[in-house]
Write a protein that binds this ligand. Structure first.
Ligand SMILES: NC(=O)c1ccc[n+]([C@@H]2O[C@H](COP(=O)([O-])OP(=O)(O)OC[C@H]3O[C@@H](n4cnc5c(N)ncnc54)[C@H](O)[C@@H]3O)[C@@H](O)[C@H]2O)c1
Length: 305
């Protein structure tokens, strides 16, 4: 099979300044395969570690790649516009946008501060909206674009992550809506729910739990990047799809609807009487984590911003 390359393409990866992090490996793989890359990251106290966007750029350049750093925030429209402008100024266009920047606060729905709910939405949901809207006219004009939005398995409904789950579920739906509009413009938009040992795990989990140790031992970020890069490639065969990608797995995630019932003279009692039929056909393999202990996390104590 021919090597899948990105020569002449310009990619922006948001939130790519961490190490270990997912954004960094997306940026490095795209650059290694010939793309010009904008490595964006504001640095974050919620993602501990000294790594920066410039640090990842230095790594890419040392390996012979082309990259520039950008430190604007995805959380505001002005910041997002500036990120796209960095790509235009440095490389003359934008072909690929990986909306990867994200933050998380693990705590009960009634305990997370209003400020942190808003911050989660601003970075995780509004970020991809602002950056994609800023990139869209350029992709539209070029008749070509690839957007990969990073969501999370949390959107199935993980406990103690209500704001984070809602933000990622929003991006899942955003992806499908943008894909529908992008179809006639040559723009493909897909999403990935990754899993890997990163600063997000280090920052949010105690070292003694299975999530921390399991991801550290078996889930390097490097094995997530090939599927993300494929969705960012010209040969990407899908649009509006979502994939679970971790530890070498690449699995399609999709919405489902049961055959249900159809009752013209429906009443509350008829719904109650036929409830088993409403539910029949529900896929048993949806991974719905509602039990905090069952997930074997050990969250660090929550400290409001
Ligand atoms: N690690 C996992 O297992 C996992 C699971 C599901 C989803 N994700 C998602 O993957 C993405 C990458 O996370 P990661 O695990 O590599 O964690 P990470 O903390 O290493 O990376 C996220 C980066 O986003 C940056 N960032 C935060 N706010 C920003 C802003 N306003 N503008 C620009 N950059 C900003 C942070 O500085 C950080 O470097 C996130 O969207 C996360 O929600 C990760």
């Amino acid at each position: 099979m021919k090597e899948l390359r990105f020569d002449g393409r310009t990619a922006i990866v948001t939130g790519a300044g961490g190490n270990p992090s997912l954004g960094r490996v997306y940026a490095m793989l795209l650059a290694a395969r010939g793309a010009n890359v904008v490595v964006n990251d504001i640095g974050s106290k919620h993602a501990p570690g000294a790594a920066t966007a410039q640090g990842v750029v230095d790594e890419i350049v040392a390996l012979g790649g082309k990259a520039v750093a950008d430190t604007h925030s995805v959380a505001t429209e002005a910041g997002a516009n500036a990120i796209i402008q960095t790509a235009l100024d440095a490389f003359g266009g934008v072909d690929i946008l990986v909306n990867n920047a994200g933050i998380i606060f693990n705590t009960a729905f009634d305990e997370i501060s209003s400020t942190d709910i808003q911050r989660t939405m601003d970075v995780n949901l509004m970020g991809p909206i602002w950056t994609s809207r800023a990139a869209w006219p350029h992709m539209k004009k070029a008749g070509y674009g690839r957007i990969v939005n990073i969501v999370s398995g949390s959107m199935y409904g993980f406990a103690l992550q209500a704001a984070y789950a809602a933000s990622k579920g929003g991006v899942y739906s955003l992806t499908r809506a943008m894909a529908t509009e992008g179809k006639r413009l040559g723009i493909k938009v897909n999403s990935v729910a990754p899993g890997a040992f990163t600063r997000m795990v280090i920052g949010s989990q105690e070292e003694d739990c299975r999530t921390y140790q399991g991801t550290k031992a078996h889930m390097p970020a490097e094995v997530v990047s090939p599927a993300v890069a494929f969705l960012a490639h010209e040969d990407c065969p899908v649009n509006g799809e979502c994939f679970d990608v971790m530890a070498g797995h690449v699995r399609r995630i999709y919405m489902a609807q049961t055959p249900g019932i159809s009752v013209p003279d429906i009443t509350i009692e008829k719904v109650a009487a036929r409830w088993d039929e409403v539910m029949a056909g529900t896929s048993p393999d949806i991974f719905l984590v509602t039990d905090f202990d069952g997930f074997q996390r050990h969250d660090k104590p929550y400290k409001p911003s």
